[in-house]
Design a protein around this ligand. Structure first.
Ligand SMILES: [Zn+2]
Length: 270
């Protein structure tokens, strides 16, 4: 059951263009994971159900950059880093007829991550065979560079190697075209965008919040983050408002300011 505020926000949602959501790790069970970027599988399933039940259609990041028209309520669900626990998410998405996009660190395929990130899940990353199975299931595989560096700090030659090298390695591993990218740590600048374009990427995604295509450039797609503490309702508010800051107190303040500027039709909000 969705609360009245969230339901009200959902009524007008989706008309300002697609949104993208970022996940990382999916932990089995229903307990809240300690790592802020992990969600429990129970919460993920509830969030996927809620998006479907509120009329949101899943699209891939490649489709965000394509020329085909997108559905009115389009959401690009994304997973960064490629943790092996994401296989549960693949199953949950496929059961619901939903799709998502994965951003894989090509230098660590099937192995323990070679970059450090305190608190992240134990265990290896997705293997080439698993990535091929995911592609066959309709999931989109993209690059998250070779070594997960801060791209803005790299020399030109290293930047080129991270972008082109990962694309080549992933195309080999997956046996399919790879032309989408997620900038590690959400770090990018004009030089990175130009290098991504030169390396053949059609779409690249950031962690800047807002409507996904607000900047009119498929190499700077905006994205919202789903944290460990997010509920079904907070995810629905995030996609309705294209913000990470979807706590109810702040939203009520914003709504009251909006209501002050117009007359609300009787019975349209609780
Ligand atoms: Zn990452």
């Amino acid at each position: 059951m969705t609360d009245p505020l969230t339901s009200w926000l959902q009524r007008g949602a989706g008309h300002q263009g697609p949104v993208a959501l970022m996940y990382h790790s999916v932990r089995r069970g229903s307990g809240r994971p300690d790592w802020p970027w992990a969600v429990s599988r129970a919460r993920l399933r509830d969030q996927l159900d809620a998006l479907r039940d509120h009329g949101w259609h899943t699209v891939t990041v490649a489709e965000l950059a394509g020329t085909a028209p997108l559905p009115a309520r389009a959401v690009a669900i994304t997973f960064d880093d490629g943790y092996v626990d994401n296989l549960d998410a693949v199953e949950d998405l496929a059961e619901r007829g939903q799709r998502a996009s994965w951003f894989i660190v090509s230098g660590s395929i099937g192995r323990m991550p070679a970059w450090s990130d305190p608190g992240r899940p134990d265990g290896r990353l997705l293997s080439a065979a698993e990535l091929r199975d995911m592609t066959a299931a309709g999931m989109c595989i993209g690059s998250h560079t070779v070594t997960h560096p801060r791209l803005t700090e790299l020399a030109d030659a290293d930047l080129e190697r991270e972008l082109s090298g990962s694309r080549d390695m992933l195309q080999q591993a997956v046996g399919d075209a790879v032309d989408t990218l997620a900038y590690p740590y959400g770090l990018w600048d004009e030089r990175c965008v130009a290098a991504a374009r030169a390396a053949g990427y059609r779409a690249a995604i950031t962690t800047r919040t807002g409507w996904a295509l607000r900047d009119g450039d498929a190499l700077r797609i905006r994205r919202l983050t789903v944290f460990n503490e997010d509920t079904t309702a907070s995810v629905l508010r995030k996609v309705a408002l294209a913000t990470n800051d979807a706590g109810t107190g702040r939203l009520l303040g914003r709504m009251l300011r909006q209501l002050g500027r117009r007359i609300l039709p009787a019975g349209s909000a609780a």
